[in-house]
Design a protein around this ligand. Structure first.
Ligand SMILES: NC(=O)c1ccc[n+]([C@@H]2O[C@H](COP(=O)([O-])OP(=O)(O)OC[C@H]3O[C@@H](n4cnc5c(N)ncnc54)[C@H](O)[C@@H]3O)[C@@H](O)[C@H]2O)c1
Ligand SMILES: O=C(O)[C@H](O)COP(=O)(O)O
Length: 481
């Protein structure tokens, strides 16, 4: 059971403490508890989420503003876009934004204190890091991949995780088109040569892409976008995916990865980092590829066995390759890409017609701006209203937000172990009050309940919170508004 400490109590709300009668506290170990008084200063107590950042479909009635948002501490790493920072700052949260990732010891020090963390693909939020994050309620991955977060540990500890599932897909697909042509025409090498003062005009081994076969591995958001663009350039598209998917345009699914490798002139990888995709491209797979074909990896570094790729390049099996991702990547800009990171780095750098890019597949103004908005809005909806829509590790639960017409309500969020009998006990506690609406759902071992109850006074809220906290099934209790 957790007990709120005075240091964690919120003394007043929104700078209008005189309007506040109810006890408020927030952000203590594995629990959040925020309430507000709805009496003399309605303007202080209500705020439209719409007015705060202007991009949602807005309800016409103003929504109730929950607790003192100024107490929410947010740590943003890896240069999260300004669009996202602005949305979070407009809520009144305390936002610290750092351009790079942090070494693990510094990350642990920082993460102890915050309720919200925003990261991109570099920061590893493992169980051993998250166990120090006693106040953390939510993680925002300002990217597509969520492999860098221990999603299960997070859910089991009441930490909700959000990402942006497709805001950078188009940017990756466009980079792939650029790289397919760059490899076919060897213009990476020609460019380097001329920068070094060497004129080397060649046509041998340089090709048009029209009529060539593109093999896409992983036909999801990125793969399917690429499929459309490649066909527009006159390429024949085949794809391999563990799921049976409808091909866009004239593209066709093939039954196995080996089939794809035997047929394709260009192979691009767009699978997630999961155990099944580790070294998915290794010695056997390179042997299956056509002589003089090309490989592009823009998925995750773990998907390609790089020493096997180096061998395939040195023997001429591959005519070229483009890599955007690596098993170990530097923490920030300016770092050196050397054997200190990966033992084979120098061998890779020495190869001809190998394009190396620093994980820039999703790095466009358009993508980063859209991701900033999408993830920050998910964080605000979760922090302020408990809404988990589009969460990647929790059940998706939503209730419409309370409005000015519904004073003296509280919203109860109860994250609990998914074991028999919990709902009966929770409803025994809530049943003493007027439950206006309620929703519950489970995902694996974790369940999420949200209920709006009306006509509640301060002492009842504390009792309610304490009763829920005392249940053995509790993971986290939050009382909002
Ligand atoms: N380089 C970058 O900057 C960048 C940008 C965006 C995404 N990515 C990476 O690309 C990956 C793909 O992105 P997405 O948005 O297309 O993901 P997605 O989830 O939409 O699609 C992934 C596809 O891979 C398939 N798949 C899963 N396991 C497979 C397997 N073993 N064999 C074949 N297919 C398999 C899935 O069924 C799915 O269709 C992401 O997981 C991320 O790691 C990298
Ligand atoms: O998962 C992703 O979206 C990509 O790998 C891009 O990651 P980044 O935001 O760290 O560039």
């Amino acid at each position: 059971m957790s007990t709120p400490t005075p240091a964690q109590a919120i003394p007043e709300r929104n700078g209008h403490g005189d309007a506040l009668a109810r006890t408020v506290s927030n952000s203590f170990s594995n629990s959040s508890f925020g309430t507000q008084e709805l009496g003399s200063s309605p303007q202080a107590s209500f705020q439209s989420l719409a007015s705060s950042h202007g991009t949602h479909q807005r309800p016409s009635t103003k929504q109730l503003k929950p607790f003192h948002t100024g107490d929410i501490k947010v740590l943003l790493l890896e240069n999260v876009n300004k669009t996202g920072q602005d949305i979070l700052r407009k809520q009144g949260y305390q936002v610290e934004a750092i351009k790079s990732s942090l070494p693990e010891d510094q990350l642990i020090e920082k993460i102890r204190d915050v309720q919200v963390i925003g990261i991109r693909s570099k920061t590893q939020l493992t169980a051993s890091v998250l166990k120090h994050a006693k106040n953390l309620i939510v993680i925002g991955c300002f990217c597509i991949g969520t492999n860098q977060v221990d999603l299960k540990y997070a859910a089991e500890n009441g930490i909700c995780v959000f990402n942006s599932p497709f805001s950078n897909s188009r940017s990756v697909a466009e980079l792939m088109i650029g790289e397919i042509i760059a490899l076919a025409r060897q213009f990476g090498d020609r460019n380097t040569e001329l920068h070094n003062g060497i004129w080397n005009k060649v046509s041998a081994g340089c090709w048009e892409v029209r009529g060539k076969t593109l093999g896409i591995v992983g036909y999801g958001h990125v793969g399917s976008q690429l499929s459309v663009l490649a066909e527009a350039m006159g390429m024949k598209v085949i794809y391999y995916d563990v799921t049976n998917l409808m091909g866009l345009g004239l593209s066709n699914q093939v039954p196995t990865l080996d089939h794809l490798l035997q047929l394709a002139d260009f192979v691009t990888l767009h699978v997630p980092e999961i155990p099944e995709t580790t070294n998915m491209m290794s010695t056997h797979q390179f042997e299956q590829m056509k002589k003089g074909s090309y490989l592009i990896n823009a998925s995750r570094g773990s998907v390609v066995d790089i020493p096997a790729l180096i061998h395939a390049s040195q023997t001429g099996k591959l005519a070229g390759a483009a890599l955007d991702v690596y098993p170990n990547e530097p923490g920030g800009n300016g770092a050196h890409f050397t054997n200190d990171l990966n033992t084979w780095t120098q061998d890779l750098r020495d190869l001809k017609n190998i394009i190396l890019t620093p994980h820039i597949g999703g790095s466009t103004e358009e993508a980063q701006s859209a991701i900033g908005v999408e993830v920050a809005e998910s964080l605000v909806k979760y922090v302020n209203f408990g809404i988990t829509s589009a969460a990647v590790n929790m059940p998706e639960v939503t209730l419409r937000s309370l409005t000015m017409e519904e004073p003296n309500h509280v919203r109860v969020v109860y994250i609990h172990k998914n074991v028999p009998g919990v709902l009966r006990k929770v409803n025994e506690i809530l049943g003493d009050h007027n439950v206006d609406k309620q929703m519950t759902d489970s995902r694996g071992d974790v369940a999420y309940l949200m209920a709006d109850i009306s006509n509640v006074n301060t002492s009842e809220i504390r009792e309610l919170w304490q009763s829920l906290e005392d249940l053995g099934s509790r993971i986290r209790t939050r009382v909002l508004y």
